[in-house]
Ligand binder design. Sequence first.
Ligand SMILES: [Zn+2]
Length: 307
Amino acid sequence: MTMQHQQTLKSSVSLKGIGLHTGKIVNLVIHPARPNVGIHFVRTDLPGRPEIAALYRNVVCTRLATTLGRGDVKISTVEHLLAAFQGLGIDNAIVEVDGPELPILDGSSAPFVEAIDSIGVFGQAVVRPVLALRRKVELKVGEKWAVAEPSSRLEVHGSFEWDHPAIGYQEFYFREGQTDFREIAAARTFCMLRDVENMKKVGLALGGSLDNAVVMDESGVLNPGGLRYPNELARHKVLDALGDFKLAGIGMRAFIRMHRSGHELHGQLVEAIFKDPNNYEIIGGVREEVRTAPIAALAQRLVASVS
Ligand SMILES: [Zn+2]
Protein backbone atom coordinates (compact mmCIF):
# COMPACT_ATOMS: atom_id res chain seq x y z
CA MET A 1 0.00 0.00 0.00
CA THR A 2 1.20 3.51 -0.73
CA MET A 3 1.72 6.01 2.08
CA GLN A 4 -1.45 7.70 3.25
CA HIS A 5 -2.02 11.10 4.77
CA GLN A 6 -3.01 11.66 8.38
CA GLN A 7 -6.62 12.52 9.08
CA THR A 8 -8.67 14.24 11.75
CA LEU A 9 -12.32 15.30 12.04
CA LYS A 10 -13.71 18.28 10.14
CA SER A 11 -15.07 19.81 13.36
CA SER A 12 -15.97 18.86 16.93
CA VAL A 13 -18.77 16.42 17.67
CA SER A 14 -20.54 15.53 20.96
CA LEU A 15 -22.08 12.31 22.20
CA LYS A 16 -23.55 11.28 25.49
CA GLY A 17 -24.68 8.08 27.08
CA ILE A 18 -24.59 5.90 30.13
CA GLY A 19 -21.29 4.56 31.51
CA LEU A 20 -21.32 0.75 31.69
CA HIS A 21 -19.80 0.53 35.16
CA THR A 22 -20.95 3.69 36.94
CA GLY A 23 -24.41 3.70 35.34
CA LYS A 24 -24.10 7.50 35.14
CA ILE A 25 -24.44 9.76 32.10
CA VAL A 26 -21.09 10.61 30.49
CA ASN A 27 -20.58 13.48 28.04
CA LEU A 28 -18.01 13.10 25.32
CA VAL A 29 -16.67 15.69 22.88
CA ILE A 30 -14.31 14.69 20.07
CA HIS A 31 -12.21 17.60 18.76
CA PRO A 32 -10.02 17.69 15.66
CA ALA A 33 -6.27 17.93 16.34
CA ARG A 34 -3.18 18.90 14.38
CA PRO A 35 -0.98 16.31 12.61
CA ASN A 36 1.25 14.07 14.79
CA VAL A 37 -0.76 14.80 17.95
CA GLY A 38 -2.29 11.30 18.03
CA ILE A 39 -5.31 10.43 20.17
CA HIS A 40 -5.57 11.94 23.67
CA PHE A 41 -8.27 11.67 26.32
CA VAL A 42 -8.93 14.59 28.68
CA ARG A 43 -10.83 14.15 31.97
CA THR A 44 -12.74 17.46 32.11
CA ASP A 45 -14.36 16.54 35.45
CA LEU A 46 -11.04 16.53 37.35
CA PRO A 47 -8.97 19.51 38.54
CA GLY A 48 -6.31 20.49 36.02
CA ARG A 49 -8.06 18.55 33.25
CA PRO A 50 -5.55 15.65 33.24
CA GLU A 51 -4.76 14.06 29.91
CA ILE A 52 -3.88 10.50 28.90
CA ALA A 53 -2.45 9.54 25.54
CA ALA A 54 -4.04 6.54 23.82
CA LEU A 55 -0.82 4.49 23.81
CA TYR A 56 -0.34 0.85 24.81
CA ARG A 57 2.14 1.76 27.55
CA ASN A 58 -0.67 3.69 29.31
CA VAL A 59 -2.92 0.61 29.52
CA VAL A 60 -3.48 -0.21 33.21
CA CYS A 61 -6.26 -2.79 33.00
CA THR A 62 -7.69 -5.09 30.34
CA ARG A 63 -10.31 -6.90 32.40
CA LEU A 64 -13.76 -6.46 30.81
CA ALA A 65 -12.62 -3.35 28.90
CA THR A 66 -9.43 -1.50 28.01
CA THR A 67 -8.56 1.08 30.68
CA LEU A 68 -5.90 3.75 30.28
CA GLY A 69 -4.29 5.39 33.30
CA ARG A 70 -1.66 7.84 34.41
CA GLY A 71 -1.13 8.18 38.17
CA ASP A 72 -4.56 8.23 39.82
CA VAL A 73 -6.32 9.27 36.65
CA LYS A 74 -8.11 6.58 34.68
CA ILE A 75 -10.29 6.41 31.62
CA SER A 76 -12.05 3.15 30.83
CA THR A 77 -13.88 1.46 27.93
CA VAL A 78 -11.87 3.30 25.27
CA GLU A 79 -11.72 0.43 22.76
CA HIS A 80 -14.94 0.96 20.78
CA LEU A 81 -14.13 4.62 20.06
CA LEU A 82 -10.52 3.70 19.22
CA ALA A 83 -11.87 1.01 16.87
CA ALA A 84 -13.96 3.65 15.09
CA PHE A 85 -10.84 5.84 14.79
CA GLN A 86 -8.84 2.91 13.41
CA GLY A 87 -11.64 1.85 11.05
CA LEU A 88 -12.28 5.36 9.69
CA GLY A 89 -8.58 6.30 9.56
CA ILE A 90 -8.62 9.04 12.21
CA ASP A 91 -5.04 9.72 13.40
CA ASN A 92 -5.46 12.87 15.47
CA ALA A 93 -8.17 13.80 17.97
CA ILE A 94 -8.61 15.20 21.47
CA VAL A 95 -11.42 13.43 23.31
CA GLU A 96 -12.92 15.22 26.31
CA VAL A 97 -14.83 13.07 28.81
CA ASP A 98 -16.50 14.18 32.07
CA GLY A 99 -16.23 10.84 33.87
CA PRO A 100 -14.05 7.76 34.42
CA GLU A 101 -15.35 5.84 31.40
CA LEU A 102 -16.60 6.40 27.87
CA PRO A 103 -20.35 5.93 27.30
CA ILE A 104 -21.10 2.32 26.34
CA LEU A 105 -23.89 3.43 23.94
CA ASP A 106 -25.24 0.26 22.27
CA GLY A 107 -22.11 -1.81 23.04
CA SER A 108 -20.72 -1.38 19.53
CA SER A 109 -18.80 1.27 17.53
CA ALA A 110 -21.78 2.21 15.34
CA PRO A 111 -22.83 5.37 17.28
CA PHE A 112 -19.22 6.67 17.13
CA VAL A 113 -19.08 5.98 13.38
CA GLU A 114 -22.41 7.78 12.89
CA ALA A 115 -21.15 10.80 14.85
CA ILE A 116 -17.91 10.98 12.82
CA ASP A 117 -19.76 10.39 9.54
CA SER A 118 -22.15 13.24 10.42
CA ILE A 119 -19.32 15.81 10.36
CA GLY A 120 -16.80 14.15 8.05
CA VAL A 121 -13.08 13.38 7.97
CA PHE A 122 -10.39 15.94 7.12
CA GLY A 123 -7.22 14.95 5.26
CA GLN A 124 -4.00 16.51 6.64
CA ALA A 125 -0.87 17.33 4.65
CA VAL A 126 1.39 15.00 6.65
CA VAL A 127 2.13 11.35 5.96
CA ARG A 128 0.73 8.77 8.41
CA PRO A 129 3.53 6.93 10.19
CA VAL A 130 3.14 3.18 9.93
CA LEU A 131 4.66 0.23 11.74
CA ALA A 132 5.49 -2.40 9.11
CA LEU A 133 5.99 -5.82 10.65
CA ARG A 134 9.18 -7.47 9.39
CA ARG A 135 8.90 -10.94 10.92
CA LYS A 136 6.46 -13.30 12.56
CA VAL A 137 5.47 -12.62 16.17
CA GLU A 138 3.27 -15.14 17.98
CA LEU A 139 1.68 -15.57 21.38
CA LYS A 140 -0.15 -18.46 22.96
CA VAL A 141 -1.93 -18.29 26.30
CA GLY A 142 -3.81 -21.55 26.99
CA GLU A 143 -6.47 -21.91 24.27
CA LYS A 144 -6.02 -18.32 23.13
CA TRP A 145 -3.47 -17.42 20.50
CA ALA A 146 -2.44 -14.60 18.17
CA VAL A 147 -0.04 -14.67 15.23
CA ALA A 148 1.18 -11.53 13.45
CA GLU A 149 2.91 -11.81 10.07
CA PRO A 150 4.22 -9.22 7.60
CA SER A 151 1.66 -7.78 5.17
CA SER A 152 1.25 -4.75 2.91
CA ARG A 153 -1.77 -3.58 4.96
CA LEU A 154 -3.58 -4.23 8.25
CA GLU A 155 -5.47 -7.51 8.13
CA VAL A 156 -7.19 -9.09 11.11
CA HIS A 157 -8.72 -12.55 11.10
CA GLY A 158 -10.61 -13.31 14.29
CA SER A 159 -12.07 -16.71 15.17
CA PHE A 160 -13.93 -17.91 18.21
CA GLU A 161 -15.22 -21.21 19.46
CA TRP A 162 -17.61 -21.50 22.34
CA ASP A 163 -19.81 -24.48 23.10
CA HIS A 164 -22.99 -22.40 23.37
CA PRO A 165 -26.14 -22.72 21.21
CA ALA A 166 -25.88 -19.07 20.07
CA ILE A 167 -22.12 -19.13 19.29
CA GLY A 168 -20.37 -22.35 18.15
CA TYR A 169 -17.46 -21.66 15.78
CA GLN A 170 -17.38 -18.33 13.99
CA GLU A 171 -14.88 -16.10 12.23
CA PHE A 172 -14.46 -12.76 10.49
CA TYR A 173 -11.71 -11.45 8.22
CA PHE A 174 -11.02 -7.71 8.00
CA ARG A 175 -8.76 -6.41 5.26
CA GLU A 176 -7.86 -2.71 5.33
CA GLY A 177 -8.82 -0.99 2.07
CA GLN A 178 -11.23 -3.80 1.14
CA THR A 179 -13.47 -4.43 4.13
CA ASP A 180 -15.65 -1.45 5.07
CA PHE A 181 -15.37 -0.93 8.82
CA ARG A 182 -19.14 -0.40 8.82
CA GLU A 183 -19.46 -4.19 8.29
CA ILE A 184 -18.30 -4.71 11.86
CA ALA A 185 -19.06 -1.35 13.53
CA ALA A 186 -22.52 -2.46 14.69
CA ALA A 187 -21.35 -5.77 16.23
CA ARG A 188 -21.98 -5.58 19.97
CA THR A 189 -20.13 -6.82 23.00
CA PHE A 190 -21.27 -10.17 24.52
CA CYS A 191 -21.82 -11.29 28.08
CA MET A 192 -23.50 -13.99 30.13
CA LEU A 193 -26.46 -12.96 32.30
CA ARG A 194 -24.91 -14.61 35.38
CA ASP A 195 -21.70 -12.56 34.92
CA VAL A 196 -23.69 -9.31 34.69
CA GLU A 197 -25.61 -10.25 37.86
CA ASN A 198 -22.37 -11.07 39.70
CA MET A 199 -20.76 -7.80 38.59
CA LYS A 200 -23.76 -5.78 39.75
CA LYS A 201 -23.45 -7.42 43.20
CA VAL A 202 -19.96 -5.94 43.54
CA GLY A 203 -20.96 -2.53 42.14
CA LEU A 204 -19.74 -3.08 38.57
CA ALA A 205 -21.70 -2.98 35.30
CA LEU A 206 -24.38 -0.83 36.97
CA GLY A 207 -25.31 0.55 33.55
CA GLY A 208 -25.35 -2.87 31.90
CA SER A 209 -28.60 -3.84 30.15
CA LEU A 210 -29.99 -5.44 27.02
CA ASP A 211 -29.58 -1.99 25.41
CA ASN A 212 -25.78 -2.14 25.47
CA ALA A 213 -24.75 -5.78 25.11
CA VAL A 214 -25.77 -9.12 23.72
CA VAL A 215 -26.80 -10.91 26.92
CA MET A 216 -27.01 -14.70 26.93
CA ASP A 217 -28.12 -17.41 29.31
CA GLU A 218 -27.28 -21.11 28.93
CA SER A 219 -29.84 -21.68 26.19
CA GLY A 220 -29.61 -18.60 23.99
CA VAL A 221 -29.70 -14.84 23.44
CA LEU A 222 -32.02 -12.83 25.73
CA ASN A 223 -32.17 -9.63 23.61
CA PRO A 224 -35.64 -9.40 22.00
CA GLY A 225 -34.17 -8.62 18.55
CA GLY A 226 -31.66 -11.51 18.70
CA LEU A 227 -28.28 -11.16 16.98
CA ARG A 228 -27.42 -8.51 14.37
CA TYR A 229 -25.26 -11.06 12.46
CA PRO A 230 -24.87 -14.85 12.90
CA ASN A 231 -21.13 -14.18 13.53
CA GLU A 232 -21.64 -11.03 15.60
CA LEU A 233 -19.20 -12.22 18.28
CA ALA A 234 -16.35 -12.77 15.78
CA ARG A 235 -17.08 -9.36 14.23
CA HIS A 236 -16.95 -7.76 17.67
CA LYS A 237 -13.64 -9.50 18.48
CA VAL A 238 -12.13 -8.01 15.31
CA LEU A 239 -13.61 -4.61 16.25
CA ASP A 240 -12.04 -4.83 19.74
CA ALA A 241 -8.69 -5.83 18.21
CA LEU A 242 -8.74 -2.88 15.78
CA GLY A 243 -9.38 -0.58 18.76
CA ASP A 244 -6.64 -2.13 20.87
CA PHE A 245 -4.13 -2.03 17.96
CA LYS A 246 -4.81 1.70 17.70
CA LEU A 247 -2.88 1.90 20.99
CA ALA A 248 0.29 1.28 18.96
CA GLY A 249 -0.02 5.06 18.34
CA ILE A 250 0.69 4.67 14.61
CA GLY A 251 -0.72 2.74 11.66
CA MET A 252 0.07 -0.97 11.36
CA ARG A 253 0.91 -3.20 8.44
CA ALA A 254 0.55 -6.78 9.58
CA PHE A 255 -1.66 -9.80 9.03
CA ILE A 256 -2.90 -10.78 12.46
CA ARG A 257 -4.76 -14.04 13.03
CA MET A 258 -6.19 -14.60 16.48
CA HIS A 259 -8.35 -17.17 18.20
CA ARG A 260 -10.44 -16.62 21.34
CA SER A 261 -8.66 -13.33 21.80
CA GLY A 262 -9.48 -10.53 24.23
CA HIS A 263 -8.14 -7.13 25.28
CA GLU A 264 -5.31 -8.67 27.28
CA LEU A 265 -4.01 -10.75 24.36
CA HIS A 266 -4.32 -7.80 21.94
CA GLY A 267 -2.26 -5.64 24.31
CA GLN A 268 0.32 -8.37 24.83
CA LEU A 269 0.71 -8.75 21.06
CA VAL A 270 1.36 -5.02 20.55
CA GLU A 271 3.85 -5.14 23.42
CA ALA A 272 5.59 -8.24 22.00
CA ILE A 273 5.95 -6.54 18.61
CA PHE A 274 7.45 -3.36 20.11
CA LYS A 275 9.74 -5.29 22.49
CA ASP A 276 12.21 -6.21 19.76
CA PRO A 277 13.14 -3.48 17.21
CA ASN A 278 14.07 -6.27 14.77
CA ASN A 279 10.36 -7.13 14.56
CA TYR A 280 9.37 -3.97 12.71
CA GLU A 281 10.28 -0.88 10.77
CA ILE A 282 8.60 2.51 11.16
CA ILE A 283 7.89 4.23 7.88
CA GLY A 284 7.19 7.97 7.79
CA GLY A 285 8.20 8.21 11.47
CA VAL A 286 6.86 10.63 14.04
CA ARG A 287 9.00 12.06 16.83
CA GLU A 288 8.28 10.45 20.21
CA GLU A 289 8.10 13.79 22.07
CA VAL A 290 5.25 14.82 19.81
CA ARG A 291 3.13 11.89 20.91
CA THR A 292 3.90 12.37 24.60
CA ALA A 293 3.53 16.16 24.71
CA PRO A 294 1.74 17.50 27.80
CA ILE A 295 -1.73 18.92 27.43
CA ALA A 296 -0.65 22.57 27.72
CA ALA A 297 1.30 22.10 24.52
CA LEU A 298 -1.48 20.02 23.07
CA ALA A 299 -4.00 22.78 23.53
CA GLN A 300 -2.00 24.83 21.04
CA ARG A 301 -2.22 21.94 18.61
CA LEU A 302 -5.99 21.71 18.85
CA VAL A 303 -7.59 22.69 15.62
CA ALA A 304 -10.49 25.00 16.41
CA SER A 305 -12.02 24.44 13.03
CA VAL A 306 -10.81 23.01 9.78
CA SER A 307 -12.91 23.33 6.68
ZN1 LIG B 1 -15.70 -4.67 22.92
